[in-house]
Design a protein around this ligand. Sequence first.
Ligand code: URA
Length: 205
Amino acid sequence: MTEDRKAALDALHAEIRQCKRCPLHVGRTHAVPGDGPLDAHIMFVGEAPGFHEDQQGIPFVGAAGKFLNELLDQAGIDRDKVFIGNIIKCRPPSNRDPQINEVTACQPYLERQIELICPQVIVTLGRHSMAQAFPDEKISVVHGQPRQVGERVYFPMYHPAAALHMPSLRSTVEADFARLRELLEGRIEPDIFTPLPDVEQLAFF
Ligand code: URA
C-alpha cells in the first residue's frame, strides 16, 4: 500500500539522518537522504552532498543544483515530481571523490530507495553514479544513451558540476537533457542491455 511505502521511505530517511555506518558521519552537519515524491517516475542519482547540501540536508541546492534546475526547466521536467538523491548521503571532506568503503556502506540505502520508489527511469549524474549501474563504461562514451535493463531505463549523464568546471561540456549536458525529454515522450527508444552476472551486487540492479 502507498501509505506503507511512504512510511517505509520516511523511516528509511530518518535512519539515514542518524547513520554512523562510515566515518563521514563525524564531519557532517546533515545527512542528505534525498528529496522527492514516492510516486516519482524519474530518479536522479548524483554523487554526494556538497557544502550547501550538507548545511541544508537537501540535495542539489548549491551551484550544481541551480544548473540542474535550469536543465530540468529546459527539458520541461518539474523538479517537484522527480526524486533526487545521491550514492553517498554525507558530504566527503573538501568534496573529494567518494571512497569505496563509503559507497559500500551507503549502497543499501540507495537500493532501498529504488525499491520503494520504483522509478521507471534512473538518471545517473556523473561517473561515480554511472559506475553503480555500468562499472565498465566510460561516461564520455555512454552519456546520453538510455539503456533498458528489465523494466527500468538507465540514462547516464555527465554531472552538472562537470559542465560548470568545463564550460565546453555545457552544450553536451543540455543536449543529453533534450534526449531525456525525447525518451520521456517516447520519441527515442533505449538500447536493451543485459548486465553481466558479476554486477549483481551493484545497487541499481
Ligand atoms: N553534487 C551531487 O552529486 N549531489 C548533490 O547533492 C550536490 C552536488
